[in-house]
Design a protein around this ligand. Structure first.
Ligand SMILES: [Ca+2]
Length: 217
């Protein structure tokens, strides 16, 4: 019995020592892990604060832009000629569309259908679709009729810049761009739509609607 006890004591002591070493290693490992997590946590907190600050700055910039846009819209409506305002209001376009204030000047005036009454061309944007925010040109004719260029010509036309062309102006033939068709004779005012440093086309009255003649491609 005595001999067994003598043998067990060092074995137990050894086991306790091994167990103690393991505990110490685990504690150290957990301490390291804890330290890393604390560091990561601090980094995440810092990133969160940075994003929060950037977000606030962006919100501020968006509000400033909104304010500028609203101011420009107000100025555009204030500077509308009386006849344009009358035609615009009576057309009902403002229920579904708004004037695109990104094109300067925001309207052209002339007699575009040759009936001796003043007509206006304006670029408008749909209020309904945020996804499709391309300008569409509309001719508000002095006789109360409204011509949407999308309907008369289709969507394949340049845009972004426009220039008036007066009745009787000579237009050079661009046979290659227009399937061999010579340039139209302008019996009414017309206008050129252009995409800067790209294509341009003449928009003119042809019979009972507007037509397009490519000037450059
Ligand atoms: Ca007219």
């Amino acid at each position: 019995m005595m001999q067994t006890t003598i043998l067990l004591v060092p074995v137990l002591a050894g086991l306790i020592l091994i167990s103690s070493c393991r505990n110490t290693q685990e504690i150290k490992s957990l301490q390291n892990e804890n330290s890393q997590l604390k560091t990561e946590n601090e980094q995440l907190k810092a990133e969160y604060e940075l994003l929060k600050t950037e977000n606030e700055q962006l919100k501020g910039q968006v509000e400033i832009q909104k304010g500028i846009t609203e101011r420009v819209k107000y100025l555009v409506h204030q500077s509308m000629p009386e006849e344009l305002r009358r035609l615009y209001d009576s057309s009902g376009i403002s229920q579904t569309h708004e004037i695109d204030v990104c094109i300067n000047p925001f309207y052209l005036v002339g007699d575009y259908d040759g009936d001796s009454k003043q007509d206006f061309v304006i670029p408008v944007l749909s209020k309904q679709s945020e996804a499709r925010r391309f300008s569409t040109e509309v001719v508000l004719r002095g006789n109360g009729e409204v011509n949407w260029l999308d309907e008369d010509i289709g969507e394949n036309r340049p845009g972004g810049v426009w220039t008036p062309v007066f009745r009787g102006a000579q237009v050079r033939d661009r046979l290659g761009y227009n399937a061999g068709q010579p340039a139209p004779i302008l019996n009414a005012d017309a206008f050129i739509l252009a995409r800067p440093q790209s294509s341009s086309a003449l928009i003119y009255w042809h019979g009972n609607q507007f037509a397009l003649y490519w000037l450059s491609d």
